[in-house]
Design a protein around this ligand. Sequence first.
Ligand SMILES: Nc1ncnc2c1ncn2[C@@H]1O[C@H](COP(=O)(O)OS(=O)(=O)O)[C@@H](OP(=O)(O)O)[C@H]1O
Ligand SMILES: [Mg+2]
Length: 347
Amino acid sequence: MASAKEAVRLASRLCQEVQRQLSAEERVDKKDDSPVTVADYGAQVVVAWTLQRADPSTRLSMVAEEDSTELRTPAGRPMLDRITALVNSVVAAAAPGEVLSPEQVLDIIDLGASQGGPSGRHWVLDPIDGTRGFVGMRQYSVCLGMLQDGEVVLGVLGCPNLPQGPVGDDDGATGSAQRLSGDADVGCLFFSERGQGAWVEPLQNAGDAAPAQVRVAEVTEGAEARFMESVESRHSSHSINAALARELGVVRPPLRMDSQVKYGLLSRGCGTIFMRFPPATYKEKIWDHAAGFVIVEEAGGRVTDAAGVRLDFSKGRFLALDRGIIAAPPALHEKLVAAAAKVAPKA
Ligand SMILES: Nc1ncnc2c1ncn2[C@@H]1O[C@H](COP(=O)(O)OS(=O)(=O)O)[C@@H](OP(=O)(O)O)[C@H]1O
Ligand SMILES: [Mg+2]
């Protein structure tokens, strides 16, 4: 667990640095996606490097979003050089004197080419979940899980822009990160090991703040619930969520946030429900849910598909599921699955 937390902390630091540069250059609304691409690769390298260094005798098996194919072409070289420089700025702080070459960076990226599956140990990484949120100065997260024989047994969520205290309805809005980042009470690290409960501590913990155990909200009625959904309606239908919320008697407006920070908020009872209904053709990736899944379950919540079947991470890089995902405390979860059977159309 210690190396997983360290890996996510270091990768989060790298992302924060890039987001700071983005805001300084006022590139937020521009079409240039390269800063997020550099940060995505860079965060993946930092996580894989940290984990491999902690256990040098076993070749790391990681299921991750990025591979090195494009970076190995001549056209990819400038990007590779930017990634290498960024990674080395973080590596230098963690391991003084150590410098990675571009070739080493490529090889470390390819540690993420694992296909996962039902046996053995595989790490599962989304280096930046919520890339749209990252460029829009909103929420994003660094999400690391570990599969042991097809079960998620560990999860760490780094949420650099998430307030440690109460979260307002505007804290997921465009530009909110510019207001939040830099505050001492912003930035959360959620973590959980199977059977050990779910915990949160400040992301940049100098070692003085003890972790706090988190539990999902003890809410049983829709009228008391606050539901969370994606900012992007193309990622997840807002209208299906609204119909389900109506069915349950939810009165509060949805809290819209990017990325798995929603699982973190659910685990600490700040939001009560997270629903995701992607387009029927979309294939859900395991790295978009692994870390949040174990954290919410260990906080007492349930995370299933819309038919109430627990998520299955043993089938490779994709989740097989019926329609969407519903995550909530048990009593509300049961009601939502019943409502989904009526409301959410079959794919
Ligand atoms: N077209 C489409 N349909 C459905 N889902 C998509 C789609 N495109 C992307 N994605 C995935 O959504 C991840 C980001 O999710 P969000 O931050 O929007 O949150 S949510 O999970 O949808 O609530 C996002 O993760 P990142 O790519 O890491 O940002 C994607 O894995
Ligand atoms: Mg993602």
